[in-house]
Design a protein around this ligand. Structure first.
Ligand code: NAD
Length: 433
């Protein structure tokens, strides 16, 4: 039984730069009838129910009781004091003529003081930062911000989505293994706990659903999974699946479906936004690289298909190139081979807009996590892998990267939640007629 969506839903984003401002401005523009929520599956996507002959294909937003866009309130934290109008102007993603139509609403959204430490994002520094003696005190300060935000904005429920910069690469270690050790680490200022984890801890500790849009660990550690079950908080991570990886997880399953071999996949990106600048630091890039590299291995299963994929050379590069701003260019050169090993090439040049692709993902993750909470689904929400480059999976399970399998899992989860039959596309009826 899913609890009703009553009252306002507060969506809080640690990090209020290009993605967050594009997301917030977009929802406000849609609410004013200025545009459509394109790219948001929760708003524009339909779901087939029952047999094909039944012709039941409602919009997902009419099928599942997700919060309405008019019931959303925005908040968040950043190391810069810019309000969301200023942030959106700086990000230079949306046109000024659009932003001016929603200026008062955007100006009213102001960041709270951030939990920030330069040693985890070396290319950034800003003045709007909390000070405290321990990481636990910082987490408590974030919890206090959350309580105040909820009361001042009269919110019924909250969701947090990390839209902050990519932090340096950290591997899960002992401090991340249990809630007890994580809490001790917060009290002892353990270096294995970056700011993103402090926000995640604050949210999950309060039972608030949490999603991580960047590749840093954040909620992807055993301690946070344990905590999320204790406090009944659904969680999902990590790294929004937008430009190049979106294309990769669309194309690779298709090539594999036809048993075509792949020898090499060289991917390079040039981008010039602040995210690109942060990723110019080799330690932040490493976090992103690990996130981007995992997808082909899982989709192609070279162990099971050695003739086709054993020798695949996969390389990912990201280059900071300021003239491109937020308009990322993702090049892929794919060396494939077919019948009797004869080679062919595919070239992709995706002139994409990073934040335009990421904004609807923030919206969908927030709405579906809020739904999950009301449906009493706790812990890792694997059915939301669809939106993520490096999806969190249950311990011992490999993450699923194939976008079509991810989509099926998401739609079947929604059918299951609403008591509809799951769709397997088996169509057995034909054989018995
Ligand atoms: N745009 C995409 O397509 C895409 C895809 C996948 C992941 N991401 C990730 O999403 C994140 C946001 O991307 P963006 O383009 O908006 O970057 P951005 O640089 O425009 O915004 C990030 C914001 O986070 C702030 N910030 C950094 N550390 C913080 C902290 N500890 N607390 C509060 N604020 C903090 C920065 O000041 C900045 O304003 C990045 O980590 C990026 O890697 C983006």
């Amino acid at each position: 039984m899913i609890k009703e969506s009553k009252g306002k839903l507060g969506i809080l984003t640690p990090g209020m730069g290009a993605v967050a401002s594009t997301f917030m401005a977009g929802v406000i523009a849609v609410n004013k009838g200025i545009s459509h929520p394109i790219g948001s599956v929760s708003q524009m996507g339909r779901i087939r129910l029952g047999k094909r002959t039944e012709n039941r294909n409602p919009l997902i937003k009419d099928f599942v009781p997700i919060a309405g866009l008019k019931d959303i309130v925005f908040g968040g934290w950043d190391i810069f004091e810019d309000n969301m109008y200023e942030s959106a102007i700086n990000a230079n993603v949306l046109e000024r003529s659009l932003l001016d139509q929603i200026k008062p609403e955007l100006e009213a959204i102001k960041p709270m003081k951030a939990v920030f430490d330069r040693s985890y994002v070396r290319k950034l520094d800003g003045p709007h930062v909390k000070e405290a003696a321990t990481k636990m005190e910082l987490a408590e300060a974030v919890m206090e911000d959350i309580r105040r935000f909820k009361e001042e904005n009269d919110c019924e429920r909250l969701v947090m989505v990390w839209c902050g910069s990519t932090e340096i690469y950290i591997e899960a270690g002992d401090v991340h293994s249990t809630v007890e050790k994580l809490e001790a680490g917060l009290r002892n200022n353990d270096p294995g706990i970056p700011p993103s984890m402090i926000y995640a801890y604050a949210a999950v500790k309060m039972g608030i659903p949490y999603a991580n849009g960047a590749p840093n660990l954040s909620c992807d550690i055993p301690a946070m999974v344990e905590l999320s079950k204790q406090t009944k908080a659904p969680i999902a991570g990590k790294d929004f699946k937008t430009g190049q990886t979106l294309m990769k997880t669309i194309l690779a399953p298709g090539l594999k479906a036809r048993s075509l071999g792949i020898k090499g996949w060289f991917s390079t990106n040039i981008l010039g936004n602040r995210d690109g600048e942060v990723l110019d630091d080799p330690d932040s890039f490493k976090t992103k690289e690990v996130s981007k590299l995992g997808v082909l291995e899982e989709i192609l299963q070279p162990d099971l298909n050695p003739v086709l994929y054993k020798d695949l050379y996969h390389k990912v590069r990201i280059n900071y190139y300021p003239p491109h701003g937020d308009n990322k260019e993702g090049w892929d050169n794919i060396d494939i081979f077919g019948w009797l090993g004869y080679g062919m090439q595919i070239k992709i040049d995706f002139l994409c807009r990073d934040s335009i692709l990421a904004a609807p993902i923030v919206l969908d993750l927030a709405l579906f996590l809020d739904l999950a909470k009301r449906a009493e689904l706790y812990g890792i929400q694997e059915w939301l892998s669809f939106y993520l480059k490096s999806p969190q999976a249950a311990p011992g399970l490999q993450a699923q990267h194939d976008i079509f399998k991810q989509q099926e899992k998401m739609l079947n989860t929604l059918r299951h939640l609403m008591g509809e039959e799951l769709i397997t596309h088996l169509g057995m009826d034909y054989y018995y007629e």
